[in-house]
Design a protein around this ligand. Structure first.
Ligand SMILES: [Zn+2]
Length: 240
């Protein structure tokens, strides 16, 4: 599914998958980065005790992921006055948690006015990952109590499926608990959408950050399955 982004690499197949985090359907539904290892680690399988799911695996078995030897440049759109007052601190903390868990390098390089999913016809040229706070009137995908939406765009060649861009939006109208709190917190929602942005998708286990819905079981810390999945799409998988 495309989002009106220019397809600069026309010979490659581009795909994007969205993952929505539903808050209303909850019942159903440190710092530092490690250097990538010289040799990829053997993949950790998803298990019942530590489940994870991958956004995309191509026909050759390549997992869609970022190159862990590059820096993912992040920009934040918190222009909406209803965005959390601590939006930048939230993002900084969430990125650090993601870095520690995945070994990926993410750098917050500044703000943007770009709004993903809003069909503005433009995109932010100076970022690889954009995080934005907005509402369902602007991004219809957030209608119906959807707390957030995140996705990634990748290209597939014979040797790899590589994520090039990702974006996520969080709904300012969704009454989430502030900070990184247990339950339906904005911090957990942010971690969840970041999980999509680096190549994970939903699991059924409500305790995992990558559960489809926020609920009482949600915790603002990557759980065993999330961590195994983040290893699979992170530095342990090796550089391209
Ligand atoms: Zn989701």
């Amino acid at each position: 599914m495309h989002h009106g982004w220019p397809s600069a690499r026309t010979r490659l197949r581009h795909r994007s998958v969205l993952g929505a985090l539903s808050a209303v359907l909850a019942a159903t539904a440190t710092t530092g980065t490690a250097l990538p290892p010289d040799e990829p680690a053997p993949p950790v399988p998803s298990t019942a005790a530590a489940p994870y799911a991958l956004l995309h695996v191509d026909q050759h078995g390549h997992v869609a992921r970022w190159d862990p030897c590059t820096t993912i440049r992040v920009r934040v759109n918190h222009a909406d006055p209803r965005a959390p007052a601590d939006a930048e601190a939230l993002v900084t903390s969430a990125l650090l948690r993601l870095e520690v868990a995945s070994g990926l390098h993410l750098e917050l390089v500044g703000d943007t006015t770009y709004l993903p999913y809003a069909d503005t016809g433009v995109r932010e040229p100076d970022a690889d990952l954009v995080i934005a706070w907005t509402d369902a009137a602007t991004v219809p995908a957030l209608a119906g109590g959807v707390a957030g939406q995140g996705g990634a765009v990748w290209s597939t060649t014979r040797s790899a499926s590589r994520i090039w861009r990702a974006h996520l939006v969080l709904d300012v109208d969704d009454a989430l608990v502030p900070g990184f709190a247990p339950g339906r917190s904005v911090g957990t929602a942010l971690l969840h959408e970041l999980g999509h942005a680096v190549g994970l998708t939903h699991v059924d286990d409500p305790r995992q950050v990558m559960a489809a819905g926020l609920g009482d079981a949600s915790r603002p810390v990557f759980q065993a399955g999330d961590l195994a999945g983040l290893q699979r799409v992170g530095a342990a998988a090796g550089c391209f």
